[in-house]
Ligand binder design. Sequence first.
Ligand SMILES: Nc1ncnc2c1ncn2[C@@H]1O[C@H](COP(=O)(O)OP(=O)(O)O)[C@@H](O)[C@H]1O
Ligand SMILES: [Mg+2]
Length: 509
Amino acid sequence: MVSTINSMGLLGIDAFRVTVETDASRAMPAFDIVGLPDAAVKESRDRVKAALKNCGYPIPPVKLVVNLAPADIKKTGPFYDLPILLGVMTALGGLEADLADSVFLGELSLSGQVRGVHGVLPMAMGAKELGFHKIFVPQENAPEAALVEGLAVYPVPDANRLLRHFTGEEPLAPCATQLSKGSRQAFELDFADVKGQSQVKRALEIAAAGGHNIMMIGPPGTGKSMLAKRLPSILPDMTLDEAMEVTKIHSVAGLLNSNNALVCERPFRAPHHTVTPAGLAGGGTNASPGEISLAHNGVLFLDEFPEFSRSTMEVLRQPVEDGVVTISRANYRLSYPSSVMLVAAMNPCPCGFFGHPTRQCSCSSNQISRYLGRVSGPMLDRLDIHVEVLPVEYDQLSGGQKEESSAEIRKRVEAARQRQLNRYNGIGVTCNARLTPAMLSNFCHLTPAADKILRLAFEKLGLSGRAYDKILKLSLTIADLENSDQIEASHISEALQYRSLDRKYWSQP
Ligand SMILES: Nc1ncnc2c1ncn2[C@@H]1O[C@H](COP(=O)(O)OP(=O)(O)O)[C@@H](O)[C@H]1O
Ligand SMILES: [Mg+2]
């Protein structure tokens, strides 16, 4: 007899349907799994055997063949233990239940406990889209599955309970949908802690308002790391769609916490400069999202930027520009979203004091240009805002002057972001930084004076086409912060200022 059980598989952060077919026949006893299973899936056999035995249902001496369809996509991970167990029970005639509208996922321990797996949220979303009504998942993954509306989620503690559910002896109760956006947590790190640096704070406010990439350059100890770490406290709340996207990625990476499944805070990822290209971009043998995707819809902070290896920086370029990472390997090709705000911080030279107002730099000009040269021109071009972080004066540091709090800054940021959300409603963009060149010309209205300044700057400074686009987007954000429908000369001039440091530092003779 052949039984059919529904399950799901993952390709990147998208799910596809997997059908587990099991045939039991009188022949030489065997238990084979076919349909491009990876090693973890093949091991299912031993776990299912042991779990069934320990639940009191030893497998009789028959030939079992399990086929995971479609056979042309590689199946990875331990999701299929539970559907295989049910398939075997059904094929052996030990279970009679209508399972056609249910999907099963879960790893088994030898004793029959059901263990949590990664990626349940996207698979539950996929199941819903395919028209299934019920999903049976490991107990610890139930909260994330319950984020999907219109799908009954059954948390399964162990194989025995699942079988008793279908015999009617002890039915499992579905858990309630939990789609609530928790209230925003208070942030420990606040901009009020940072004395002075009003220009840098202004630049960070603009970056947050439009989702722009930003680079801070300056001597050590001036507060670059300190400022970057406070960025999450002024970022606007995520929309529900954004939160779901982030949660999907974190689900695939196995980073969700089981109490509060929906990720409501924008991610802040700060990988060390020794991170590998695969660690940053994702991939590897068991394809999983990298840091840049874990930071999706949030901040990717790269401190000590020139210390990152050349290959790591190279791998960053395309995803930062396009907002997706594409990974191609011999047997698969997949993509992860990677729409991030890239925040880079760096010293201007190996000793750190080049350009310092009072201290002497001890580096040779050769050393300096080699150090700065590690950040390539194309990379520099992708950082919309360049801002210098200089030491604050003693009086400012020691004085008791009250600094603006993150909450006050965030109010302005949120108002500017709301303008963008209203303006871009329905075109798949949420902030100025993500506008395509075609959209730019639709949404940027320059006053004649603004246009004149931009033309002048473009001709005089020899800006690249990309730099031109970035300046327009930046001016649009500055206008949004002022609640202005037009880009005025002052907006363009401020935006141009944030593109002037490459000439100060990178164009040294
Ligand atoms: N503007 C500032 N206001 C208050 N403290 C500051 C300021 N700048 C630097 N500091 C202090 O100096 C420390 C080092 O700053 P940090 O952000 O690590 O510098 P950088 O990353 O530029 O080398 C901070 O932890 C903070 O205690
Ligand atoms: Mg630092």
